[in-house]
Design a protein around this ligand. Sequence first.
Ligand code: ADP
Ligand code: ZN
Length: 523
Amino acid sequence: MQQAYHILNNTYGYADFRLNQKDIIGSLLQGHDVLALMPTGGGKSLCYQIPALVRDGVGIIVSPLIALMQDQVDALLQLGIRAAYLNSTLNYGAVQQVERDLLAGEIDLLYVAPERLLSEKMLPLLERLHSTLGIGLFAIDEAHCVSQWGHDFRPEYQQLSVLAERFPGVPRIALTATADQRTRQEIIEQLRLQQADIYVNSFDRPNIHYTIQQGQQARQQLWQFIEANHPQDAGIVYCLSRKKVEDTAAWLAKQGRNALPYHAGMDADTRRNHQQRFLREEGVIIVATIAFGMGIDKPDVRFVAHLSLPKSIEAYYQETGRAGRDGMPANAWMSYGLQDVITLRQMMLESTASEQQKRIEHHKLQAMLGLCEMTTCRRQALLSYFGEPTPQPCGNCDNCVNPPEVWEAAVAAQKALSCVYRTGQRFGVNYLIDVLLGKDDERIRQFRHEQLSTYGIGTEHSPEEWRNIFRQLIALGYLSVDVDGHGGLRLTDNSRPLLRGEIELHLRKEQKRERVRRERNRA
Ligand code: ADP
Ligand code: ZN
């Protein structure tokens, strides 16, 4: 351990270990396997880099983040650490050079993409290395990729159990920043970590202020939020589609901000250039699809904004976690609408995933919607989702700062549900609202829906209010979006007691929340 401190102080120039770093390193130095769950920015890299340097032999790091390997290795080289990487971006000659250096004992840390590690050539090479210089440890980064339940499944990861078979004496550490109980269990099973020491850090990011709001004019709301809270700060704006990324970046640029798009459809050079500018210049806003951000280490991202709904709580947590890594106050802000839910559902239904996978995705989206629509502390809900109960509301989320008003909505819900039922459970929200409002409409007459008892029974609410009601009913599981992918609504098992008037229903009253948060952040 003395040696570990020496490296920490002299090679890295850090005074002390953070969180569980010391204990994790201790376990590996004793030759134990480790499962480490640490929030993004918690300092996972040191947990394997230092013991790999202390132990004899080479440290092998498996990482799916090919785009970042070069940066990681460059940073290590800067510190004087002999690091290299092997992935598909290297040409044949460069690969050969790394392999020669490896066997000549000139590399201490080797980053490898999983598909490369599992290749027919690589495993024998590692065995040769192991019998000569030795392998100090295996680190499996982003270990949640092993989980089908996780949001970032990579089939190659499941084959990494081969490391336990072929290199039984070599300690392995799996690391991840996202692990609900179920993912955690899957990592342990798939990677054969039953004997591992498990370290779980708190997933709380107390400096992040969470806000989730609804609205039809997400872009306007975004601008109000940025102008009021982050007129000069760096931030990330996530959008669902490439087109929305392009449009939003252009629009923010027109408002005078330095905003750059980033998505997988752009050419690699431009992408790299935008990423570098975000990292190096001040006050850049990057507008991105989820393709952006994995492994990005920029400590002073002051806000992460979502212009559409993430597809799971894990994704939301991971994406918002890129804000405020320096520990200073930061905002996680989101605006979403009914259309997001329907679009996401359709994307999921149209995907080629297995039925089981689709069920999992559906379930996860439902949990995410639950987080959006809840009226109590969001942080408590978020942490409890990760198996970390917190006794007190946080005081640093929108619901804590400004508790939402609710209204007794059972009657409205009954009208909405009956309308869904009587029109045959196949129409989308807009049509249903037209029927509820008694609109004189060709299509309605064509289906003879003007003769239904629910025709025109909802005039006490505006179309906008009805949209909110439907959105919440979907989010709360009283309605589901139909499997045909056309956005038709159906009743669910939960609908019946509500229809029969057996339960009360309190829905969130929509309100403007901008001003309150602005004052708070200025204070
Ligand atoms: P993660 O992989 O968990 O997201 P990193 O390993 O990239 O986090 O570390 C996040 C940041 O914290 C990096 O800039 C890293 O250099 C810094 N860091 C890690 N450990 C320490 C420490 N013990 N003291 C000071 N800074 C640290
Ligand atoms: Zn709270």
